[in-house]
Design a protein around this ligand. Structure first.
Ligand code: ADP
Ligand code: GLC
Length: 485
C-alpha cells in the first residue's frame, strides 16, 4: 500500500518525546514489509540544520489560502532513507524557529495557523507527489488532515479514495483554539457544532480528527480503554465512546537498532544478558557523569529520564522525596519541563548532594547512559498512553518501577520472587505511600543478588520490536481503505 505519514516530530530530526521515536521507526518497518511510505514534517530550523548544502525542492510553491492573505510553501525533498521518502513543508515565517511548539512549556500564539497550514500543505503536496491509499496522521498537529479531506476537499476526485487513520499519542494535548479559527482556516461555520469540531466553545483540532478519520488508534490496549472514561478521556471520552468500534490499541514497538546495550554507541561498555559485566562499567560512567562517584558499590541507582510535566507523576515523588533520600539508594534525573517540576528536582538534589543528582536539559547520550547505568528506572505516571522508557529499560536490564496505567500496565509484569517470574515493580494507587511501598519492595529485592539477576534477565528477554505492531498497523490501513472503497 501507499501510506503518507504526517506528524510534528521524527527521530533523529526533531524530537521532544516518544512521538518522534514512533514516527522515526514505524515507517521503516512498514517499508520492510513492502509498503511505500512517505513521511511529511514541518521544515523546522533544526531540520534545516540537518540538510547539507541548499535544500532541494520537490515542489517550488504551493498556495495556502487564509482569510486575509495567502501563504506560499515549498516542499523540500528530504531524500530516501531505509526505503522511506521524507518531505519537509517549508514555510519559514511559521517553522524556521528555535522550538517546535513554543518556548519552554509554552505555545506559539500562531500554532493554529502553523499546523493548519501544515495539514493543508500535506494534502496539496500529495496531490503533486502521490496521493496515498492511507493518510496516517499523528496527534492534534496533523489531525486537520481528515477534517480537510472530508470538508474542503470532499468533492476533489483525486482524493476521494484516500483513507485516514489517526493515532492518539496523548489525549491531553488537543490543539484548542478560539472559534474564529474556523474562518481563519477557511472552514465553513457549519463545522462548528458539537458533533464536529466544536468543544466547549473552542475549535478542537484533535476532536475534528476523531470525528472525521476512518479509523482511530492509540498506543496501548489499556489506554484505548482508559480514554473512554471520564477519568482519562480529557473531556473527549464521549466522542471516543461513540467511536469505540473504530478505535484500536496498538502497543508501540522499540527500535532496537538504537536501544540495545549490545551495540549502543552512547555507552562506555556493551553488555548482553549472558555477559552483564559491561553494565558495571556503564554504572561507573553514569555516576561520573552526575558527579556521584562516591556512591557505594552496594547501593542501587534509580534513574529518571522524562519530560517534567504533570502527566509523569512527580508530584507523588515530591511527597516522599525525603523518605527516598533516607533510603539506601542513589537517584539520577534527566529532564526538562515546567518550572514547578524543574525546581522540585533542583531542590531535591540541592538538599542531598551525595545521593541525588539532577540535570535539567535535553541530552540524548545521557538518556542512553541512564538506561544502561542505572539499576532501576522510575515512572510513576498519573497516566501514560504507552511510555517508551520502561520498555527501553527492560532491554538494558534496568528494572522498571511503574504505576499500573496505560502502556506501563501493559508492558510491566510484577516480580514474583517465589516463582522467579515478572519484569518489574508496579503499584496501583496514585499516592506517595503506595509509591514508597513499591520502591521499598524493589530495594528489598535488590539485596538478593541471584533473584535480581534473574529479574534483569527476564526483562532483557522480552521482545518489543516493531515487526508485530507494524503488521497490526498494516491490517488497520487495509481495513480503513476497504471502508473508503
Ligand atoms: P513522552 O512521549 O510522553 O515524553 P515516552 O516515554 O513515550 O514519553 O518517550 C520519551 C522519549 O523522550 C524517550 O525516548 C526519552 O528517552 C526521551 N526523553 C525525554 N526527556 C529527555 C531528555 N531530557 N533528554 C533526552 N531524552 C529525553
Ligand atoms: C506520547 C505519550 C507516551 C507515548 C508516546 C509515543 O508522548 O505520552 O506515553 O509513549 O506518545 O506514542
Amino acid at each position: 500500500m501507499k501510506i503518507v505519514f504526517a506528524a510534528s516530530e521524527c527521530t533523529p530530526l526533531a524530537k521532544t518525546g516518544g512521538l518522534a521515536d514512533v514516527v522515526g521507526a514505524l515507517p521503516r518497518e512498514l517499508a520492510k514489509l513492502g509498503h511505500e511510505v512517505t513521511v511529511y514534517l514541518p521544515f523546522y530550523a533544526r531540520i534545516r540544520r540537518h540538510v547539507e548544502g541548499e535544500p532541494k525542492y520537490a515542489v517550488q510553491s504551493i498556495t495556502i489560502p487564509f482569510r486575509y492573505y495567502n501563504r506560499f510553501v515549498g516542499v523540500v525533498d528530504g531524500g530516501e532513507r531505509d526505503g522511506v521518502q521524507y518531505y519537509f513543508i517549508d514555510c519559514p515565517e511559521l517553522f524556521d524557529r528555535r522550538e517546535l511548539y513554543g518556548p519552554a512549556g509554552g505555545e506559539y500564539r500562531d500554532n493554529a495557523e502553523r499546523f493548519g497550514l501544515f495539514c493543508r500543505a500535506v494534502i496539496e503536496a500529495s496531490k503533486l507527489l502521490g496521493v496515498p491509499d492511507v493518510f496516517h496522521v499523528h496527534d492534534w498537529q496533523a489531525a486537520l488532515i481528515p477534517v480537510y479531506l472530508r470538508t474542503t476537499y470532499a468533492s476533489d476526485p483525486a482524493l476521494h479514495s484516500a483513507a485516514t487513520v489517526l493515532t492518539i499519542h496523548n489525549a491531553a494535548y488537543q490543539g484548542k483554539f478560539p472559534p474564529n479559527t474556523i474562518e481563519d482556516l477557511l472552514f465553513p461555520w457549519d463545522l462548528f457544532t458539537m458533533d464536529k469540531v466544536e468543544h466547549f466553545d473552542h475549535f478542537n483540532f484533535l476532536k475534528g480528527g476523531l470525528v472525521f478519520s476512518d479509523l482511530l488508534t492509540t498506543v496501548s490496549r489499556k489506554y484505548a480503554e482508559e480514554i473512554q472514561t471520564a477519568e482519562f478521556g480529557e473531556q473527549l471520552d464521549g466522542v471516543l465512546r461513540n467511536r469505540a468500534r473504530d478505535l484500536r490499541g496498538i502497543l508501540n514497538g522499540v527500535d532496537y537498532a538504537h536501544w540495545n546495550p549490545a551495540i549502543d554507541g552512547h555507552l562506555a561498555a556493551h553488555y548482553t544478558p549472558e555477559h552483564l559485566d559491561g553494565k558495571r562499567v556503564c554504572r561507573a560512567d553514569l555516576l561520573h557523569a552526575f558527579g556521584l562517584e562516591k556512591v557505594a558499590d552496594t547501593m542501587p541507582v534509580m534513574g529518571i529520564v522524562s519530560r517534567l510535566a504533570g502527566q509523569k507523576g512527580f508530584d507523588i515523588v515530591a511527597g516522599i522525596a525525603e523518605e527516598i533520600a533516607d533510603r539506601d539508594v542513589a537517584v539520577v534525573v534527566l529532564g526538562t519541563g515546567d518550572p514547578y517540576h524543574e525546581n522540585l528536582f533542583r531542590g531535591w538534589a540541592f538538599r542531598h548532594p551525595d545521593s541525588v543528582a539532577v540535570q535539567i536539559r535535553y541530552d540524548e547520550t545521557l538518556a542512553h547512559k541512564i538506561e544502561a547505568g542505572a539499576d532501576m528506572f522510575l515512572m510513576p505516571s498519573r497516566y501514560e498512553p504507552c511510555g517508551l522508557n520502561q520498555i527501553y529499560s527492560l532491554k538494558y536490564g534496568t528494572v522498571p518501577i511503574v504505576r499500573a496505567t496505560g502502556g506501563l500496565d501493559d508492558t510491566i509484569e510484577e516480580w514474583d520472587a517465589g516463582k522467579g517470574t515478572g519484569t518489574g515493580f508496579k503499584f496501583a494507587g496514585y499516592n506517595p505511600s503506595d509509591l514508597l511501598a513499591e520502591i521499598d519492595r524493589a530495594l528489598e529485592a535488590f539485596r538478593d543478588k541471584e533473584g535480581w539477576t534473574r529479574l534483569m534477565r527476564n526483562g532483557m528477554a522480552r521482545d518489543y520490536g516493531w515487526s508485530g505492531p507494524a503488521r497490526e498497523y498494516a491490517r488497520t490501513y487495509e481495513e480503513a481503505a476497504q471502508r473508503r472503497a
